[in-house]
Write a protein that binds this ligand. Structure first.
Ligand SMILES: [Zn+2]
Length: 315
């Protein structure tokens, strides 16, 4: 995997490398979290490793790796409202991912291929408004996808997360069977901020993997772990201590509260499989994860932060 990814997202990197080595890759993934660049970088890097005929290293010079680095590989396709638009009516970009694009995917996948095909479905922006994210993308040694009929040199492009209006039910219905049927050597990646931004019919057919947003914070997990030590709180005083602790971290690291909650989510998500045996503990964490999702939404809609945190942690 790319060094920046493996350094900053050690857990996710190991998770996917394991899945690839043991041939246990799912057919479809929903990558969530706010870090669009990292989500896209993961999808492309996995595509590269799956198609590499060399040593799979990030500097591998095999034809497939080179091809994927320039993002022009015929079997690694990025679909967004502004990519693969030549299959649309009049070849134009639309507001959303179209049924025509979904039909194209279906048709493409019905052909045989010697490659491991990877389809990345997301929203995207281009031009001036994409500049800062595009610079980020370059750090991952990733080029914007090549447009098929109107290739543009120096295309400024950046990945965005899907929303239900971008990937609507008509488009989804066209693809459901394709996503569901276990084709060999085909992997789908859907990129969204959270599961709520995707149709349930898609979510239920995907393995969801959350990519953390603040990977560079020093000792990220150890800070978060301290919060979790007191959870579930045994009394109201402990609850208030947790709330104070979170506010302190937020100030100290200049980290928005919503990001801290996200890190908490990542922490529990990471630890969830180990707790499967203890079903009460497992249910408790699942309930807490749902509460965290709700609290994040409230914080984003500017509900009083203290009351959101207190609701989250008070018994
Ligand atoms: Zn290679």
């Amino acid at each position: 995997m790319d060094t920046i990814l493996s350094k900053n997202f050690e857990f996710t990197t190991n998770f996917f490398e394991n899945a690839i080595t043991k041939s246990k890759l799912f057919h479809s993934y929903l990558l969530t979290g706010n870090n669009n660049i990292a989500k896209y970088a993961f999808a492309l890097n996995i595509a590269r490793i799956l198609n590499c005929t060399g040593n799979k290293s990030e500097n591998c010079e095999c034809l497939n790796c080179k091809w994927i680095r320039t993002n022009s590989h015929p079997a690694v396709m990025t679909f967004s409202p502004i990519d693969f638009t030549h299959v649309n009516d009049k070849g134009q970009s639309k507001e959303n991912i179209t049924i025509a694009q979904a039909r194209f995917i279906k048709e493409e996948l019905s052909k045989t291929s010697t490659y491991h095909r990877v389809l990345i479905i997301l929203d995207a922006i281009e031009g001036k408004e994409a500049t800062s994210e595009y610079e980020e993308l370059k750090k991952f040694n990733i080029s914007p996808p090549i447009q098929v009929n109107t290739p543009e040199e120096n295309r400024i492009w950046a990945p965005k997360s899907l929303k239900i209006n971008i990937f609507s039910s008509d488009t989804a219905n066209t693809l459901l069977k394709t996503i569901e049927e276990p084709f060999d050597r085909i992997t789908f990646f859907f990129l969204a901020n959270s599961k709520e931004d995707m149709l349930q019919t898609i979510v239920s057919r995907c393995q969801c993997v959350n990519i953390p947003s603040y990977p560079n914070l020093p000792n990220n997990f150890s800070i978060i772990e301290k919060i979790t030590k007191n959870y579930p709180p045994k009394d109201d005083l402990t609850s208030l201590l947790i709330v104070e602790h979170i506010k302190k971290i937020s100030q100290e690291f200049d980290m928005p509260l919503v990001k801290i909650l996200e890190e908490l989510e990542n922490f529990y998500w990471k630890n969830l499989p180990n707790d499967l045996k203890n079903s009460r503990h497992y249910r408790g964490i699942v309930t807490f994860l749902n509460k965290l999702e709700k609290a994040k939404k409230q914080l984003e809609s500017y509900v009083n932060t203290d009351s959101v945190l207190e609701n989250l942690f008070l018994k």
